[in-house]
Write a protein that binds this ligand. Structure first.
Ligand code: IVH
Length: 679
C-alpha cells in the first residue's frame, strides 16, 4: 500500500499543477505554459492512472483536457550568452585575477564566493510568473537544446515557485550532474543488461539529459545544482544572496560554499577541497572564484569568451601508471601518420583508458616510449589522455626502441616529411585508409551528421564498393534496387529505411558545415565558419574555388597564408573540385542543398530589447514575444533606458508614457510585423 499512497500524493500534486496551468492558460492574464511542460506532467499523470485506475477521479485533469502529442527537441536561444570560465592552474594565476579585479574596480577589498566547479553540463531554466516554462542545455553558448520535458522529470527542480509569481522572467542557471553513487549503480545495471557503459558521471549526466524520450531521463538519477539567478524584476545584490534565495526556493545548492575576504582564506579552502575531493558525493574538477558583489560583476563585464568576475581554479590533472602493450600507426584523413599506444586498460580521472596518442615521430623518439614500457598517463579535465613519460627503472631488459615505419601501413607508398613539419605523411590521396577517414569525417556529427553511418558502416560500404566518394552516399537509395542492402548481414528493412531517412534529412546543410565536411587540412569548425561568413553563399564560394581566387579571405581575422595555401592546394586537385560540383552542382542541381549564411547586418532585431504593451490585433502578447526572440531580440517586461523599441497596441498605458518620456522608439503592431518581414 505505501506505493499507492506515494502515487496518490504525486497524483494530487500533478493535478494541482495542471489545474493551475490550465487556469493560467485560459484566463490569459499570465503567459501560458509551454506545451512541453504541460505534456510531460500530463503524461506522468496518465501513467499513474493507468497503474492505479482508482485515482482516476471525476475531477482529475485527465477527464477534462485531451493529451497532446509530445514534441521533438527544438532549439532555445539563451536570453544572454552562456559563457565559459577562464582557467587558473596555480596561485599566481589567481593573484593576477584578483589584481585585475582590484584595478578595474578601484577597490582594495574584494569579497569572494568560492564554489565547487561541478563536473556536469550546464543548464538554464526559465520561470515565468513562478512557473517553470523552459529548460535548455548550454549548446554553443548562444543557442541550446530544449530539454524542458526532461528537466521536468528531475525531482530536485521546483516546477512552481510562489515567491516568484509576480516576476515575469526569472532565469536560473546551474549544473546537471550525476552523483557518483548513482553513476555506479547505473553502470552496474547497464553491465547486467549488456549495454554500453558510460565513461564517467559527466557523460552519464549528458547522455541522460539529452534524451528525446523523457521517460529515460526520468529513470536516471540526476541532480541540478543551481548557482545563478538572472532577473530584471528581481535583481539580487550578491552571489551569496543568490545562493541563499535559490536554496529557499527549493533548489539544490552545493554544501561546499565558502565566503572569503582574502586570498589566504581562499587558498586554504581550495586546499581543503582538493583533499576532500574524492570523498564528495559528486565529481568536481576545481573551485570557482566569484566576485560576491553582483553590481561589481556587472561593471567588470566580460571578454568575448569569459566573464572577468569569475575564474575556475582547476585541480591538478590525475595520473596513473600502466603498460604499453603495443604501438600501432594510424593514417588520418589528410595522410598524417600518427603513432598510437595500446595500453593495459587503467582508470585515470574517472575514465578507463586503453589507447593514447603519441602524436608524431619526434614525440615518440623524444620520450623514447617502447612496447613493454611502464608509463605514466595523465588526464586533465576534458583533455585526451597523454603519456607523460616511460619509467626507465621498470623497462624490460630485452626492450628495443620503436622503429617508425618508412612505408604507409595501408597502401605501402613511401612516407614523406616536409622540412619544418612534425608530421610524417602518406601523400597518396588514393590511399584507401585516407579515403575511409575522409568519409568518416564527411558524415560526422559536426559535418553532415548522418546517423547510422558510423565508422563500422562506412568501412562496410567502402569495402563493398557501394560508397567510394561522398557523392555515392546520396545515391545509395537510388541504387538500392540493385544492391538490396536489406539482404546483407546486420541490415533489415527498418534499419535500411532509417539510414535512407537520415541521409535524406542531411541533404540540406549550412555552408559552414558543408565546407567543414570537405576535410580541407587546417579548415576545422571555426575556420569553416569564418570562410562561410566571408563567402555567404555556396555560389560565391564555388566561383572563387574555380577561379583559384581566394586572396579576399586574407582580410578575415583568423585566416592566414598557411590556411589559404591549404585551401588552394585542395582545390587545385581537380577531383576535389569535381566532388564539390557533384555534391552541390552550381548551387541548384546537385545532390545536396546548401543554405546561405544569414547576414546579421540584415537582421534588424538582433540583440534589441523590445517591450510589448497594450492589446494587439493579430498577435497575442506571447506570440509577439516568441517572434521577437526567434529573430534574436530580447523581450523585456518593463521600459528602461536599455529598451531599444516599444511595440504599442490598443490601450497601452504606463509603459507607453514611460517610453515617450525616455524618447524610445515606439511602433505599432503592423510596423513590427513589417520589420519581421524585412528581417
Ligand atoms: S558559474 C560564465 N559556477 O563550468 C559562466 N560555473 O567552464 C559562469 N560550472 O559552463 C558559470 N560549476 O557549466 C559556475 N559553481 C559553478 C560551476 C560552473 C561548474 C561549469 C559551467 C560552465 C563551466 C565553465
Amino acid at each position: 500500500m505505501p506505493e499507492l499512497l506515494a502515487k496518490k500524493a504525486r497524483h494530487g500534486e500533478l493535478s494541482d499543477l495542471l489545474k493551475d496551468y490550465s487556469r493560467q492558460y485560459y484566463l490569459g492574464d499570465a503567459p501560458g505554459i509551454s506545451d512541453a511542460v504541460y505534456d510531460a506532467l500530463y503524461n506522468e499523470l496518465l501513467e499513474i492512472e493507468r497503474e492505479f485506475p482508482l485515482l482516476k477521479t471525476k475531477d482529475s485533469p485527465s477527464q477534462k483536457v485531451g493529451a497532446k502529442a509530445s514534441r521533438k527537441f527544438s532549439k532555445i536561444k539563451h536570453l544572454s550568452p552562456m559563457l565559459s570560465l577562464e582557467n587558473a592552474f596555480n596561485e599566481d594565476d589567481i593573484a593576477t585575477f584578483l589584481e585585475r579585479v582590484r584595478n578595474l574596480s578601484g577597490r582594495d577589498q574584494i569579497d569572494l564566493v568560492l564554489e565547487p566547479k561541478l563536473d556536469g553540463l550546464s543548464a538554464s531554466l526559465r520561470y515565468k510568473n513562478g512557473f517553470l516554462m523552459a529548460g535548455a542545455t548550454r549548446g554553443d553558448g548562444m543557442v541550446g537544446e530544449d530539454v524542458t520535458a526532461n528537466i521536468l522529470t528531475l525531482d530536485c527542480v521546483p516546477k512552481k515557485i510562489s515567491e516568484w509569481s509576480s516576476f515575469q522572467d526569472v532565469e536560473v542557471r546551474g549544473e546537471v550532474v550525476m552523483k557518483k553513487a548513482d553513476f555506479r549503480s547505473l553502470n552496474e545495471s547497464r553491465l547486467e543488461a549488456g549495454e554500453k557503459l558510460f565513461a564517467n558521471p559527466r557523460n552519464a549526466a549528458a547522455g541522460s539529459l539529452r534524451q528525446l524520450d523523457s521517460a529515460i531521463t526520468k529513470s536516471r538519477k540526476l541532480t541540478f545544482f543551481a548557482y545563478s539567478l538572472i532577473s530584471e524584476d528581481y535583481p539580487p545584490q550578491t552571489q551569496m544572496e543568490v545562493l541563499k534565495t535559490l536554496g529557499k526556493c527549493g533548489f539544490t545548492i552545493s554544501d561546499e560554499i565558502a565566503f572569503c575576504q582574502n586570498q589566504t582564506e581562499a587558498f586554504r579552502f581550495y586546499a581543503e577541497m582538493e583533499q576532500q575531493r574524492a570523498d564528495l558525493e559528486y565529481d568536481i574538477d576545481g573551485i570557482v572564484y566569484k566576485v560576491n558583489d553582483l553590481q561589481l560583476q556587472q561593471k567588470l563585464g566580460a571578454s568575448s569568451k569569459f566573464p572577468r568576475h569569475s575564474i575556475a581554479y582547476k585541480f591538478p590533472a590525475e595520473k596513473a601508471e600502466t603498460t604499453v602493450l603495443n604501438i600501432v600507426v594510424q593514417v588520418g584523413r589528410t595522410g598524417n601518420i600518427t603513432p598510437v599506444a595500446e595500453l593495459m586498460p587503467v582508470t585515470v580521472g574517472g575514465v578507463v583508458v586503453s589507447r593514447a596518442t603519441l602524436h608524431n615521430r619526434d614525440e615518440i623518439e623524444k620520450k623514447d616510449i617502447r612496447v613493454g614500457d611502464r608509463v605514466i598517463l595523465q588526464r586533465a579535465g576534458d583533455v585526451i589522455p597523454q603519456i607523460l613519460s616511460a619509467i626507465p627503472e621498470k623497462r624490460p631488459e630485452n626492450s628495443v626502441p620503436f622503429l617508425f615505419p618508412n612505408l604507409c601501413p595501408c597502401c605501402g607508398s613511401a612516407l614523406v616529411r616536409g622540412n619544418d613539419e612534425a608530421a610524417t605523411k602518406c601523400i597518396n590521396i588514393n590511399c584507401e585508409a585516407q579515403m575511409v577517414e575522409r568519409l568518416i569525417h564527411f558524415v560526422s556529427k559536426l559535418a553532415f551528421n548522418i546517423d547510422g553511418l558510423g565508422e563500422q558502416n562506412i568501412k562496410f560500404f567502402f569495402d563493398s564498393g557501394f560508397i567510394k566518394s561522398p557523392v555515392d552516399i546520396f545515391y545509395l537509395e537510388n541504387k538500392n534496387s540493385e544492391i538490396q542492402l536489406e539482404n546483407f548481414e546486420g541490415w533489415g528493412r527498418q534499419s535500411v529505411q532509417n539510414l535512407f531517412d537520415s541521409i535524406n534529412k542531411a541533404k540540406t546543410i549550412t555552408l559552414d558545415k558543408f565546407i567543414y565536411a570537405l576535410g580541407i587540412p587546417q579548415v576545422g569548425r571555426s575556420v569553416s565558419k569564418l570562410v562561410a561568413g566571408f563567402f555567404k553563399s555556396y555560389e560565391s564560394f564555388l566561383e572563387s574555388m574555380e577561379n583559384k581566387d581566394v586572396t579576399g579571405l586574407l582580410a578575415v581575422d583568423g585566416i592566414g597564408e598557411s590556411i589559404l595555401g591549404d585551401i588552394l592546394k585542395f582545390f587545385e586537385n581537380s577531383s576535389n573540385l569535381n566532388v564539390l560540383k557533384q555534391l552541390a552542382g552550381n548551387g541548384k542541381n546537385g545532390a545536396v542543398t546548401i543554405l546561405n549564411v544569414e547576414s546579421p547586418e540584415n537582421n534588424l532585431l538582433q540583440n534589441k530589447t523590445i517591450v510589448f504593451t497594450g492589446t494587439f490585433e493579430t498577435l497575442s502578447r506571447e506570440e509577439a514575444k516568441e517572434l521577437a526572440e526567434k529573430y534574436g531580440a530580447k523581450a523585456a517586461s518593463s521600459v528602461s533606458a536599455k529598451t531599444s523599441l516599444v511595440v504599442a497596441g490598443e490601450n497601452a498605458g504606463k509603459k507607453l508614457e514611460q517610453a515617450q518620456k525616455l524618447g524610445i522608439k515606439i511602433i505599432s503592431e503592423q510596423d513590427f510585423l513589417e520589420l519581421i518581414k524585412k528581417t
